[in-house]
Design a protein around this ligand. Structure first.
Ligand SMILES: [Zn+2]
Length: 177
């Protein structure tokens, strides 16, 4: 497996798997073949069509996580879809010059505006070509997952940033600013 494997035109396996936290703790964050297939599905049905509609770079801050990595990430769900390669966290920036290769730490210092995040959030909900399982909007990033056309739940949630969450209807989600 090559880490610079292209999953879809705008997404590589490397950006879906690299993790400073894993590096810092001295373990590899290497996905098994099933997880790579899931990452490819997530990119194909969710992230790539979003990238095309948005016309702006999507910065992945966390994609695949081994159980070992997920366990040490504070606030990560114990049943996180990141562990199956079915979920990614991202934010959006204006202009490709902000694209930072490296780790979660440096990526998180790159501030995309809330307005761009909201634009991406709405596109995921409204664009028929973009499918998803669970969509969570956090104050500074979006978590999105994809399972399969048949099994996607189309759940929309708002994370308040203090560990609390609330489910949103489609109408509530589209009214969010
Ligand atoms: Zn996430």
């Amino acid at each position: 497996m090559s880490t610079n494997q292209i999953l879809t035109p705008h997404f590589t396996l490397q950006e879906m798997t690299e993790s400073l936290t894993a590096k810092k703790h001295g373990f590899a964050n290497v996905p098994p073949p099933e997880a790579v297939e899931n990452l490819q599905r997530l990119c194909t049905h969710t992230l790539e069509p979003l990238r095309e509609k948005l016309g702006l770079p999507i910065i992945i801050t966390s994609g695949y996580r081994t159980k070992e990595l997920n366990d040490i990430i504070v606030h990560a769900s114990r049943r996180s879809q990141h562990m199956a390669g079915q979920a990614a966290d991202f934010h959006v920036v204006q202009g490709s010059k902000f694209k930072v290769q490296g780790d979660e730490g440096s990526k998180l210092n790159v501030q995309g505006s809330r307005e761009l995040l909201i634009r991406a959030f709405r596109l995921i909900i409204t664009e028929p070509e973009i499918d998803f399982d669970q969509l969570i909007i956090y104050p500074t990033f979006i978590h999105v997952s994809y399972v399969s056309r048949e099994r996607n739940r189309h759940q929309i949630t708002k994370a308040n940033g203090n560990g609390t969450y609330c489910a949103l209807s489609r109408a509530q989600a589209l009214a969010l600013v």
